[in-house]
Design a protein around this ligand. Structure first.
Ligand code: BV8
Length: 239
């Protein structure tokens, strides 16, 4: 079967070899923090300085990392794919964006950050999003509302992910769904593969090692993303 409509979901594993730490270190901490202490609205209300500092450090780190061969392979695929191709990333880094800027995609391609973006902030009163490459102060005044503050444009636990209608529609119409570098621990992203199966799509998991959701995929490809993704893209384009 030649695939026409493609949905690829990426997670922290695709950025790991660029030097961006994944979320679940062995001790279950996230860069030394418990998730509930840095990635929830309650954490931000309780300790805005801690949360802003956590994201400021990660935002500054983007200047030191670059897209890797896996990001570039997906950009090559996006440039050559003749059908629809939605790339859904859970990552808040800009490595996919930079790879596609270097290799402009074909018309049927779209990239969405379902958990937000480190290089953006939004107003706590209006929700308006703005580019923000620098640090955010604990009580960063918002340019969009006199009593608003700027917070990281990040989807925290308990908040609704972004672009869900677009994502659900693309999965319902896809004939190939590929998950790359994600542990499948976080919902609703972890449920996308079941939606793709219901849509009749072929499903592939590409990861360093089999995940707990392995049995949900028709096919598993295991090894470092910088080796597995270019090979997968080559085979896919070879038909
Ligand atoms: C919501 C931004 C509802 C923060 C993130 C059931 C249904 C719905 C919700 C829930 C549910 N059960 C529980 C929930 C609640 C919760 C949830 O899923 N909790 C988990 C902990 C159980 N979900 C939510 O809260 C979501 N919101 O459901 O809202 C709602 C409904 C109505 C109204 C309002 C709300 C929001 C979730 C988003 C949270 N924000 N990110 C930030 O980045 O700072 S999630 C964050 O963690 C990441 O974005 C990412 O998505 C996730 C980490 O997952 P991965 O990317 O997979 O990374 P991980 O480290 O886990 O795995 C890395 C993988 O890479 C591994 O498999 C590893 O083997 C592999 N790897 C490593 N190196 C390599 C490699 N692979 C290849 N090559 C390598 N070199």
């Amino acid at each position: 079967m030649t695939a026409r409509n493609l949905v690829i979901l990426t997670g922290a594993g695709i950025s790991a070899e660029s030097g961006v730490p994944t979320f679940r270190a062995d001790d279950g901490l996230w860069m030394g923090h418990r998730i509930e202490d840095v990635a929830t609205p309650e954490a931000f209300a309780r300790d805005p300085a801690l949360v802003q500092d956590f994201y400021n450090r990660r935002r500054r780190q983007l200047a030191e990392v670059r897209p890797n061969a896996a990001h570039h392979a997906l950009a090559d695929l996006a440039a050559r794919w003749e059908g629809d191709f939605l790339l859904v990333t859970q990552n808040v880094d800009d490595l996919h964006d930079r790879a596609h800027a270097e290799t402009p995609p074909a018309a049927g391609f779209e990239l969405v950050h379902m958990h937000g973006e480190l290089l953006k902030a939004h107003c706590t009163r209006t929700g308006r999003v703005c580019d923000w490459p620098g640090d955010l102060a604990p009580q960063e005044p918002s340019p969009h509302h006199p009593s608003g503050r700027l917070r990281p444009h990040i989807v925290w636990f308990g908040e609704m992910p972004l672009h869900m209608e677009r994502i659900n529609a693309a999965i319902a119409a896809c004939d190939l769904f590929v998950a790359i570098g994600t542990s499948g621990e976080v919902y609703p992203a972890a449920g996308f593969v079941q939606q793709a199966r219901l849509a009749g799509a072929r499903t592939v998991e590409i990861n360093l090692a089999p995940t707990s959701g392995r049995r949900l995929f028709d096919e598993g490809v295991y090894g470092p993303a910088t080796q597995m993704v270019p090979a997968f893209v080559h085979n896919l384009m070879a038909g």
